[in-house]
Ligand binder design. Structure first.
Ligand SMILES: [Fe+2]
Length: 205
């Protein structure tokens, strides 16, 4: 017999820079905290839609256009996104991948981000700015889960490739990329310190 697995779901993880990324990470951390102080509209929106935390998702979501620090992050993200698109065998038909949105997320203790996906994009991802020890990672869901119907649950001993969820640790200075339709969540932060990340969407245009 043969047994092969098909329809794989690639997820990309790498340090943003092999070395020397600490200066940019520290500058970004500074800007993220200042942005929260400055962005009253974002704080109001977050109070209703991002309980306990702050996100600039609905108020300032093109930060790469307005800040040279975030523009530097965009430049450093691009090679990763191109490599991921290459691994995915994307045929862009002469178009190119463009960063459309880039926003800040600050999760103090208890803040959580429930299951969601990123519509109207093809590649999404997160760069980690501050990840206190023990803070939650990024949890992905098997994209076929809503079709499992009567499928039995998997054994606790199931291999990684047979499981319905996988959690990537959040590591400051690193980037995680995934196709935008892949649902994911961040469970509640149980650590007494702020977890800071910068999320983004790429589309092909
Ligand atoms: Fe997300």
């Amino acid at each position: 017999m043969t047994l092969r697995s098909w329809f794989a779901t690639p997820i990309y993880a790498a340090p943003l820079q092999p070395r020397g990324g600490e200066r940019l990470r520290a500058d970004l951390e500074d800007e993220c905290r200042r942005l929260r102080d400055f962005d009253a509209a974002g704080r109001r929106w977050s109070a209703r839609h991002y309980p306990g935390g702050y996100t600039s998702y609905a108020s300032m979501n093109e930060l790469h256009r307005f800040s040279s620090t975030f523009a530097t992050l965009e430049r450093r993200l691009l090679p990763h996104v191109r490599r991921f698109a290459h691994e995915l065998a994307f045929d862009l038909g002469g178009r190119s991948l463009q960063l459309t949105d880039l926003w800040v997320n600050i999760m103090p203790p208890t803040a959580a981000h429930s299951l969601h996906l990123h519509p109207l994009s093809c590649i999404s991802g997160t760069y980690y700015v501050a990840t206190p020890r023990g803070c939650p990672g990024l949890k992905f869901e098997d994209p076929r889960l809503d079709r499992f119907m009567a499928a039995p649950p998997r054994k606790a001993s199931a291999s990684a490739a047979r499981r319905t969820h996988v959690t990537y640790p959040a590591t400051a200075g690193s980037v995680i990329l995934f196709e935008s339709w892949l649902r994911h969540e961040v469970v509640a932060n149980r650590v007494d310190a702020e977890r800071i990340s910068i999320s983004f969407n790429f589309n092909w245009a």
